[in-house]
Design a protein around this ligand. Sequence first.
Ligand SMILES: *Cc1c(COP(=O)(O)O)cnc(C)c1O
Length: 413
Amino acid sequence: MTDLTRDDLYAMDVADPLADLRDRFDLPGGVIYLDGNSLGAMPKAAKALASDVVSRQWGHDLIKSWNSNHWFTLPYRLGDKLARLLGADQGEIVCCDAVGINLYKALALAIKLNPDRRVILMEDDNFPTDVYMAQGLIDQLDGDYQLKLVPGPDLADAIDDKVAVVSITQVNYKTGLMQDMKAVCEKARAAGALTIWDLSHSAGAVPVDLNDAGADIAVGCTYKYLNGGPGSPGYVFVAVRHQNKAQQPLTGWWGHRAPFAFDRHYDAGPGIQQMSTGTQPITSMSLVEPGLDMFLDVDFDLVRDKSVKLCDLFIRLVEERCTGMGFYLNSPRDAQMRGSQVSFNHESGYAITKALISKGVIGDFRAPANMRFGFAPLYVRYSDIWNAVEILRDIMKNDTWRAPEFNKVDAVT
Ligand SMILES: *Cc1c(COP(=O)(O)O)cnc(C)c1O
């Protein structure tokens, strides 16, 4: 294998069928943004829409907007668009609430749907809120429910006839390890267990086909690869075969069959409506749509193809150009087992990440030693990979990262 050159990567940009999409984002100059797996970049259309939502819809149309600007149906319109991206049917997804809240509802629902079993199975290295929500739910329940945590690679093998639900994040937030959704669903179905998929690091990053895989329930967020904006609401999918078979516990008025009847007693709405809770953050939720529309416009095979190439190139260049500098790959080398992110462990990873950010290369750090880089194929260029690795190499060669300012720990890493 001959060494890659800078010109090779610039040539790939010229040939990139997705290259034009970058111009639909408002990205600051002098920045190589490799953190779209934590907070996606801003679509220009979101900026224009924000002004319309605040000035015209809220400012001028006021409360009429619930009807005239379709605020009340927005969670379902976005849910149906998400369904097109994620291989679900219309009426199987609603956009609402934080991921953790949706997971709480999902876990409680799954337990009701599988009432003779007592075990919730999860990966031990799952994103903390997923684990905490399971712990919090079990704490509320009478009975001997148990959260069983096993290493990610062993998860499928740990599914047995005691497991009520496997709550599984498709792409691990630290390592990028991707689970085989179809295989896990088949294993679970054979054992009589349900699956809940957390798609936070999958939606917009890897192809997802919930119904083809036979997924039961899923949750996810819109502010990472989907570019919905800081704190934009999440979503929840319930396969139509499970809808209205049992009730999730957060029975707010938006889940009621007739919210504006103001009845004394809860009567669950039909279909996915029963997963709704209450009034949603409409300004924030509105801004989910431009990012989502961009994905509905592109051929996702091209997105995946570029994502794999970006990640492979980053791994190769770090290993070729930063040899012997203490970086150890902490992601699967095999692209088939990896999402759209790459992690390297380095014992001084925190300081190196901060030094990179000061030079305009934005990635992030996850304790204890994990430097994490996300590759959002809609706006990251091949040449960015070359330039990011060169900056990393400089920081290491010049010991830039040793400066005291890079070794002080901030509140958010
Ligand atoms: C980002 C992420 C979350 C975030 O949860 P919030 O409740 O929206 O803060 C949860 N789970 C996973 C796996 C994530 O990657």
